[in-house]
Write a protein that binds this ligand. Sequence first.
Ligand code: NAG
Ligand code: NAG
Ligand code: NAG
Ligand code: NAG
Ligand code: NAG
Ligand code: NAG
Length: 601
Amino acid sequence: MHVLAILLLIQLAIAISPTKNYTPGKVKCPGGKLTREANGICASEVEYVNNRKDIAKTNLRQFLKSVSMRDFDVDGFLDSGAPLPVIGMAFSGGGYRAMLCGAGQISAYDSRVKSKDKTLAGLLQSTTYLSGLSGGNWLVGSLISNNFISIDEVLAHKKLWDIDNALLDYYGDNFIANKIMWAAISMQVWSKDLAGFETSMTDIWGRALSYPLLAATEDQGDAFLLSDVTSLPAFKSYDIPFPILVADGRAPNSTIINLNSTVFEITPYEVGSFDPSLNTFVQTKYLGTQLDDGVPKKDCINGYDNAGFLMGTSSSLFNQFILQLDKAGLPPFINDLIKKYILDPLSKSNEDVANYNPNPFYKSTNPETTISGSKILHLVDGGEDGQNVPLLPLLNRKVDIIFAHDNSNDHKGFPDGTSLIATYERQFVQQGKSMAFPYVPGQSSFRNLNLTSKPTFFGCDAKNLSTLTDNIYDVPLVVYIGNRPFSYWSNTSTFKMEYKENERRGMIKNGYEVATRKNGTLDSDWAACVGCAIIRRQQERTGQEQSEQCKQCFKRYCWDGTIYKGADIGENYDDEGLTLTGKYYNGNNIPGIKDGGTELY
Ligand SMILES: *[C@@H]1O[C@H](CO)[C@@H](O)[C@H](O)[C@H]1NC(C)=O
Ligand SMILES: *[C@@H]1O[C@H](CO)[C@@H](O)[C@H](O)[C@H]1NC(C)=O
Ligand SMILES: *[C@@H]1O[C@H](CO)[C@@H](O)[C@H](O)[C@H]1NC(C)=O
Ligand SMILES: *[C@@H]1O[C@H](CO)[C@@H](O)[C@H](O)[C@H]1NC(C)=O
Ligand SMILES: *[C@@H]1O[C@H](CO)[C@@H](O)[C@H](O)[C@H]1NC(C)=O
Ligand SMILES: *[C@@H]1O[C@H](CO)[C@@H](O)[C@H](O)[C@H]1NC(C)=O
C-alpha cells in the first residue's frame, strides 16, 4: 500500500495528544519513577535495536554482495557467529541546506530509490542508527514522523517540504491563508500557555516548521507527538534505523555554550544525557509532568512531546526568524511574545532557548548539578557547542562505523572539519572523559589535503587509538562525507529559507552525487571501499587480514596522519569535486563546476 494511504489510516488509530491538539493534557500516572539513571541504553531501545539488527543483517548481506568486493566471503563473514557490524549515520545542521544535501545523501543509500544510480542502494536498510541535529534533525524528524517515507515520495508529495516560500509567507501571495496560519499557530501556543505550560519562541518556531515538515499529518502535526512515532507501521516493523535527535543544555541564567555543555539525546522513547552533568533520562511521553527525582508530584502529563516542538528545539537557532515577522499583521499573543524578546535584554539573550517547564530532571541527581537543581530546563540548538554533526549518540552506542554527513557552513558555505575537530577535542574536557573519538587534523589539513573533496576515513587503524582508550575496538571508524559541489552550488546560506523546485532538486541531486562519488564514475571501486570500511573493525577484532582491494581502498580514503603545513591553496572546485585543477570557471570567474551548476535542471 502507498505510504501516505497508510498514514491516513494510522492517524485514526494512534494515541495522539490527550487533548487532540497542541496543548498537553492530564493522564493517569503509570506508577514508579519516570526517570532513570543513564547506566546504559534503555530496555525499549535495546529491544527495538535487536529486532532491527535482524533486518539490517539481511540487507547488509545483500548490500555487501552487490558492491563487488574481491576476495571476500560475505556469507562466511556474516555467519561466523560474530556480532553484526553496527552502522550509524549522522546528519549535520545547516538549515535547509543541510536538510536538502542530507536528503540527497540518504536517498543514495535507499534501496527504494528510483534513480538509475544504485551505487550505494541498500546501505540505509543495513543501518541501525540515524542521528540528526538542527537542519539534519528536520530531515530525520520529518522522515520518521511520516512513516519513514522515501525522498522520492517526499518530492512527489504536493505539500511535504514545500519550501517555495519562507515560513513567514508560507502560502506565498495568499494573504488570507498566511493570516489564518499565524492565527492558528497563535491559538495553539496560547492554549498551551493558558493551560499552565510556560511557552517560548521555540513553540512558535516548532509550529511554523511543522507546516512543511509535517504537512502530511492532520493539522500539520498539531497533535502529533515524537512518542507517536513508536505507533507507526514502519517503526513497528523495525524498518526505521533507530532515530536520535540532538539538542544542547544551557545552564540557567547563562548563555555560555562550550564543549562542556550537556548534550541531550532525544528519541521517541527517552530524552536525556549520558554526560556526567546529568546522567539521567526521562520518558519522552511524560515530558511536561512535574517530577521530583523522577516521581510525579501530581497528575501525569502527555502531549508535551509534540514532534514539531522537539524538532524546533534541536534547531532553536532559527527562532530569530520569528522576531523578523511583520508585527502589524500578527495575532496579539505572538506580538506580545516577540515584544518581550525584543525589549527585555534578559529575554533577548534567550531567544534561541526552548523552555521545558517543569524541568523533568529536577532533583534527579545527587548531588544536584546546574541542570538537576533548576526548576526550568533550557535546551538550545544541537549545533551550538560546535559539534554540528551529531556523533555523540553514536559513540555512546559503540557502533562499528559512522557515516558522518557534514553539510555545515565552516568556510564559504562548505565544511572544513570543524565539527569533527570539536568532537575529537571533547574527549579531553570534563564532560567527554568517558568517550573516545579518532584523531583528526586541523581545518587547514582538511581543506588543503582534499579531506573534504572526497569521502575520508578516520580511525582506520584501531591499534593507533591505544593512546586514547583501552577499548580500541569500541571506537568507530568514521567515514566523513563533506558537502561539495558536483552539479550544483550546494553551499547556499544556512539562513536561506526558500527554495524553488529547481533549487530543491539541484541540492538533492548534488547530495546524491556526493555520496555515490558521481555514480561511481570518480572511483569504480567506491562501493567496494564502503564495504571494506563497514567490515574493518570486525576484521581487526578477529585478526583477519584485509583483501588487496580493501588495502588499496584504505590507501585512497584513509587519513594517514599527515598534517598540512604549507600555505593555503584557496578555493577551487572542479567537476570531480577536487581542489586545485580548476578546469572550468563560472560566470563570476570562480573556478568550479562546468557551466556553474545552476543551469542543469
Ligand atoms: C549509473 O551508472 C550505471 C552503470 O554503471 C548506468 O546504467 C546508470 O544509467 C547511471 N545512472 C546515472 C543516473 O547516471
Ligand atoms: C536566574 O535569574 C532569576 C531572575 O534574575 C532568578 O530569580 C533565579 O534565581 C536565577 N537562577 C539561578 C539558578 O541563578
Ligand atoms: C570544562 O569543565 C572543567 C571542569 O569544570 C574545566 O576545568 C574546563 O576548563 C572546562 N572546559 C571548557 C572547554 O570549558
Ligand atoms: C559558494 O562557493 C563559492 C566558491 O567558493 C563562493 O564564491 C560563494 O560565495 C559561496 N556561496 C556562499 C553562499 O557562501
Ligand atoms: C588534491 O587534489 C588535486 C586535484 O585537484 C591534486 O592535484 C592534489 O595533489 C591533491 N592533494 C593531495 C594532498 O592529495
Ligand atoms: C598508524 O600508526 C603507524 C605507526 O605509527 C603509522 O605508520 C600509520 O600511518 C598510522 N595509521 C593511521 C591511519 O594513522
